[in-house]
Design a protein around this ligand. Structure first.
Ligand code: THU
Length: 157
């Protein structure tokens, strides 16, 4: 038997400490929360994905009266990107959220398990690590890759 520790490398930034490209993606994710349709949870999530063609694609959570039929912000963004820019590869992802009190969350919200798996598909397609920015009111967590958010992921069969 041996112990194996899996460490998730995470950096915490203030907005002003980020480079310009990251700040622009943070702005896009925050702005995308405005597209949230969340009358049931009243929890708004916005996601922004920078593609290697320079385009930034955004998405927001879309709920449904039949709860499981809704979708998260991350999946609405990555599936939009996949459907509309099938040849483009992901460069960076940002996720922002606004809580039921109407205030941006702090600490940042992290993607659910299903969204981690969905995003990982596009990181594998890109063939390189895709950094993820989790955007909070004060703190922005930067993970080096989607893979780092989903240790021991199911990637091949
Ligand atoms: N939600 C997201 O959009 N992304 C996640 O990764 C977790 C949760 C949404 C789903 C639902 O509309 C609301 O947040 C509350 O769970």
């Amino acid at each position: 038997m041996k112990d194996i520790d899996i460490i998730i490398p995470l950096k915490a930034y203030a907005y002003d400490e980020l480079d310009e490209r990251s700040r622009a993606l943070v702005d896009a994710a925050r702005n995308a929360t405005k597209g949230s349709y969340s009358p049931y949870s009243k929890f708004k999530v916005g996601a922004a994905i920078l593609l290697d063609n320079g385009v930034t694609v955004t998405g927001a959570n879309q709920e449904n009266v039949a709860f499981p039929s809704g979708t998260c912000a991350e999946r609405s963004a990555c599936y939009w990107a996949g459907a509309n820019y099938p040849d483009a590869r992901f460069e960076m992802i940002a996720v922002a959220s606004v809580g039921t009190d109407g205030v941006e969350c702090e600490p940042p919200t992290a993607p659910c398990g299903a969204c981690r798996q969905a995003l990982l598909e596009y990181e594998v397609l890109a063939g390189h690590h895709v950094p993820v920015l989790l955007v909070g009111r004060e703190t922005i967590y930067r993970l080096p890759s989607v893979q780092s958010l989903l240790p021991l992921a199911f990637t091949e069969f």
